[in-house]
Design a protein around this ligand. Structure first.
Ligand code: GTP
Ligand code: MG
Length: 424
């Protein structure tokens, strides 16, 4: 796992450099505005277990994936800054020595003695600096060696009840590490009490939005992998809005000019609902379109589902990140996608400054713990969830307790299902 920090005047430039130096699969650990531009910390071959072990004791603070990435980025910046400071001090000492050498050349014996004494002092300081740098290097390499040598998953020792609780949580669908973390909070009592307590903790960790987009208005962009349900969800949101507030104050925009007939589906929604649909292309920038739509109360932006490696994907994210309009990007995550894919998508899209997420295809998933755990671990507030193809009926504002309960029902449904002939 290689971590690297980048600075650039704009987010767009930073992302370009990241892509060219780190490749398309680099994940963004953190991004923030700094004086004169932005700072992005990225990682190649990012692995949460490795990150956790590199952090050592500091990893206890990493209660979720988002915090873990932040701590990893902080650690990298701190070590890099320390190394930079040590290098500066060595350079200063070298310059000082060179200057003193000049003086020595011109002095007589007593002065020479003094300079020699002085020189041995600077020599000692130099040695000290070298030792400092070496110890920092050792610190980094020892951690890397330890990571390579140790088995990656280090489950804390748990009692029998905690162990069974963690197993049950895993069959609910949450990741092994989240299951262990939840189970380890259950210190005393029976399995059923621990189960209830863990589900409560899961619901408490699941952030949802109290307000509805329909009521607060604004500009919302739906981003995410191909087939996640972005366009269908825009159709559902648009229909829900028109039913409540009419069609006059709503507009749809798409940034998808990369695929043939990409806008068709959105234009169909626009025609049915009598809502304008605008397309971002070479002659119409996203900002100019949003300027024209400034009288609309709600603007929904659809994006193309492209793979992170695709140039168009980066272009779209830059458009969202660099816009001077207050766009709130939401990640659309299908409950049917693999947890690893959910996480890597999040790492890729968070450079757009994600405001939250929408969970789709809950009706198709065998268990919901994966997608619920994803929202808990990333800390992304869930605005809506969808559980079918019907427009707009299958769109619902997210409520934490209700989602966790749906997950229990789904788990029971599969546990109670008769085992099929092929499944035995
Ligand atoms: N069962 C089910 N299907 C859904 C749901 N949401 C979307 N779909 C279906 O998933 C398929 C893909 O949905 P789209 O809305 O086209 O996905 P997208 O994210 O816009 O895809 P791209 O434009 O290719 O990036 C369609 O067949 C939708 O009907 C859902 O909640 N449940
Ligand atoms: Mg689409």
């Amino acid at each position: 796992m290689k971590v690297k920090r980048f600075f650039a005047p704009t987010m767009g430039e930073a992302l370009k450099t990241v892509r060219s130096e780190m490749g398309p699969d680099a994940v963004i650990l953190s991004n923030r505005r700094v004086e004169g531009g932005v700072e992005i910390v990225t990682a190649q071959n990012y692995d949460e277990n490795v990150a956790r072990q590199r952090l050592g004791d500091a990893a206890v603070e990493a209660t979720n994936a988002a915090r873990l990435a932040e701590l990893q980025a902080d650690q990298h910046c701190r070590l890099e800054d320390e190394l930079g400071r040590s290098r500066d001090r060595i350079r200063q000492i070298r310059e000082q020595r060179a200057a003193e050498g000049e003086v020595v050349w011109q002095t007589r014996e007593p002065e020479l003695k003094a300079v020699v004494a002085n020189d041995s002092l600077t020599q000692a300081a130099l040695e000290e600096m070298r030792a400092e740098i070496n110890s920092l290097r050792d610190l980094v390499s020892t951690r890397e060696q330890a990571v390579a040598a140790e088995p990656v998953v280090a489950k804390p020792a748990t009692g029998a009840v905690q162990q069974r609780l963690a197993e049950r949580l895993e069959s609910y669908g949450v990741s092994g590490s989240l299951a262990v973390a939840l189970a380890s909070n259950h210190q005393h009592g029976r399995l059923e009490e621990g189960w209830k307590q863990s589900l409560k903790a899961l619901a408490a960790g699941l952030r949802t939005r109290a307000d509805e987009w329909m009521d607060v208005g604004g500009i919302y962009a739906l981003a995410g992998p191909t087939g996640a349900g972005k366009t269908t969800t825009i159709g559902k949101l648009a229909a829900r809005y028109v039913l409540r507030h009419g069609a006059d104050s709503l507009a749809l925009v798409t940034t998808d000019r990369f695929r043939v007939a990409a806008h068709e589906q959105l234009f169909v929604f626009g025609r049915i609902l009598n809502v304008p649909v605008r397309v971002v292309d070479e002659s119409h920038s996203l900002d100019s379109i949003l300027d024209e739509l400034s009288d609309k109360r709600l603007v929904l932006i659809d994006t193309a589902g492209l793979t992170p490696a695709d140039k168009g994907c980066q272009q779209q994210l830059e458009e969202l990140a660099n816009s001077y309009h207050d766009i709130k990007p939401y990640l659309v995550v299908a409950a049917t996608s693999q947890p690893r894919i959910m996480k890597s998508t999040w790492h890729c899209y968070k450079m757009a400054g994600l405001a939250g997420c929408i969970l789709t295809k809950l009706d198709e998933a065998m268990t919901l713990g994966e997608v619920i755990g994803f929202a808990v671990e990333t800390g992304l507030p869930v605005a809506y969830y969808t559980d079918g193809q019907k427009i707009p009926q299958d769109l619902h504002p997210a409520k934490a307790a209700q989602l966790v309960k749906l997950g229990i029902e789904r788990m029971k449904q599969w546990q109670d299902a008769p085992v099929s002939a092929t499944g035995t």
